[in-house]
Structure formats: C-alpha cells, structure tokens
Design a protein around this ligand. Structure first.
Ligand code: CO8
Length: 261
C-alpha cells in the first residue's frame, strides 16, 4: 500500500510494517470534524486489507494536542436525530480501530479531550507524552461522551473514577493517567515515538495470528461469552502453522520463524 493522500490525515508506513497515522489539523488541535471521521474510516479499511501493515501508531500533529475532541463548531448544529446518528457513526469508526485485527497504539502527545480521549481509549494501548492531558469535558457542553467514552472509560479505570471524571468533566495529567491504568507508559515528547516503536517491535516478534486472536479475546473480556470466545479462539490457533512453529522452535531451542498463518 502506498501512503494515501488525505486532507486531514498523514499516513507513513515503515519497513517493519508499522503505520504511523497522524490526525493532521494542528491549527484546530486536531479536532475531529466530519472529514477526519470519514478519512479515519477509509484508512481503517485500507490498513485492514493491507498485509504489509502489521501495527498502527495513531497520533496527532504538533506538540500541543493528540485530538482536542469532536469539532465543537459541527456539534453546535446537531439535533436529536443528527446527534444520535453522529454518535453511532463515531462509535463505528472507533470500533474499526478496536477490531482492526492488528494492534493499535495511541501515542497521546498532548490534549486528549472528549472525542480525542475516546479515540485513544478505542486503541489497544496508550503511550503518553509527559504533557498529555485526558478528559471528558462533554457535560460542560451540555452533552455526554458520545464516541464510546461512557463504556470504555469504566472498563479501563473502574466505574467509580470514571463516573467522577465524566460527571466533573475534570482532567487528568499523564502521571495520574498512568497510575489510573489509562496509559501504558509516559515519556518525554522526544522519546515517546521511539518508546511506542519499541513496544510495537516486542509485539511484532510474536505470532501475528496469535496477536490478532489475543486482541479479539481481550476485546471480549467484558462480554458474557468471553470465556467461550477464548476457548474457541485458542482452538482455532491450534490449527495454525504458527502454533506448530512456535512450539517446535521452543523444543528445538531456536527462535520461531512465524509466517502469519
Ligand atoms: N473543536 C473545534 N475547535 C477546537 C476544538 C474543538 N474540540 N479544540 C480546539 N479548537 C480550536 C480553537 O477553537 C482554536 O481555533 P481558532 O484559533 O480558530 O480560534 C484552536 O483550536 C486552538 O485552540 P485554543 O486557542 O482554544 O487553544 P488553547 O491552548 O487556548 O486551549 C484547549 C486548548 C484547552 C484544548 C481548548 O482548545 C479547548 O478547551 N478545546 C475544546 C476541548 C473540548 O471541549 N473537547 C470536547 C469536545 S466535545 C466532544 O468531543 C464530544 C465527543 C462525542 C461526540 C458525539 C457526537 C454526537
């Protein structure tokens, strides 16, 4: 896949198959307008279909913001019908990242507010820069989080603290986000991308099908059929070449050579 031409996104794919996807509206702190949402949706489809892309790092342009939320200018004109429609649409686009079948790491480099925090939470892991700020300020706008925040935040940090953050519209800085379990690591702005890539390369050493199924299983952890799903996926993996290779390599005392099938 050649990097795409987008109005509001930048996409770069390196030789290791790591796609760096950047929301690129720095003058509006990368706020999610309808163009960003559409372009994120089409990029997810492209990345899903491209076997050369193994993992995604999602970030925001500039040093001030990851994504400062949904575009408030666009929100201002919503009514009950268009609001519900937009909420569902955003939920679907974000679920596209969650269910991509390839790991997605959010590199949260500044403000992650409202829809920006929700986008980061839809990713599988989050690396933050030390100036990152998370918050769901929607109640201050007379709204609630509408891109999955009321569902994913309690799953990530527990209902009580999630309730506090959502009801107060309060913000947490990187250090507190780390202690809450909202992010996987905090680094300086200069270091953070390298650290995200280090995390990526640790993941990419493993069997790609196993990684995909592990994501699917963990994504099922808050569903009633989670245990059944785990057993079914485990069984599927036992029929893969990667499983034979991984176990044989251990027994032969050599490194596995996974083929991703
Ligand atoms: N939407 C639109 N424009 C934005 C947004 C935004 N969310 N955030 C920043 N901008 C724009 C500003 O208007 C400004 O533009 P301009 O230069 O043309 O005036 C530019 O970005 C720079 O911003 P500031 O001058 O405000 O920068 P500061 O450093 O002074 O402040 C803040 C940074 C604190 C991040 C501030 O910009 C801010 O509070 N932004 C809004 C944050 C917010 O409330 N986000 C939540 C939005 S609601 C939401 O995300 C709902 C998601 C669910 C939707 C469901 C759909 C139905």
């Amino acid at each position: 896949m050649t990097p795409g031409h987008y109005e509001t996104l930048l996409l770069d794919i390196d030789q290791d198959g790591i796609a760096l996807l950047t929301v690129n509206r720095p003058d509006k702190l990368n706020a999610l307008n309808s163009t960003v949402l559409s372009e994120l949706e089409s990029t997810v489809t492209r990345i899903r279909e491209d076997d050369d892309v193994k993992l995604v790092i999602l970030t925001g342009a500039g040093e001030k913001a990851f994504v400062a939320g949904a575009d408030i200018k666009e929100l201002n004109t919503l009514n009950s019908e268009s609001g519900e429609e937009l909420s569902r649409r955003g939920q679907e686009v974000f679920a596209g990242f969650e269910n991509l079948g390839k790991p997605v790491i959010a590199l949260v480099n500044g403000y992650a507010l409202g829809g920006g925090a929700e986008l980061a939470m839809a990713c599988h892991m989050r690396i933050a820069t030390d100036n990152a700020v998370f918050g769901l300020p929607e109640v201050g706008l007379g709204l609630i989080p509408g891109y999955g925040g009321t569902q994913r935040l309690p799953a990530l940090i527990g209902k009580s603290k999630a309730m506090e953050l959502i009801l107060t519209g309060g913000q947490v800085k990187a250090g507190e986000a780390m202690s809450l379990g909202l992010v996987n690591g905090v680094y300086s702005t200069e270091q953070a991308l390298d650290e995200a890539k280090k995390l990526a390369s640790k993941i990419l050493k493993n069997g790609p099908v196993a990684v995909e199924k592990a994501i699917e299983a963990v994504n099922s952890s808050d569903r009633p059929d989670g245990f059944e799903k785990e057993a079914a996926l485990f069984g599927e993996l036992c029929d893969t070449e990667d499983f034979k290779e991984g176990t044989s390599a251990f027994l032969d005392k050599r490194k596995p050579d996974f083929k991703g099938r």
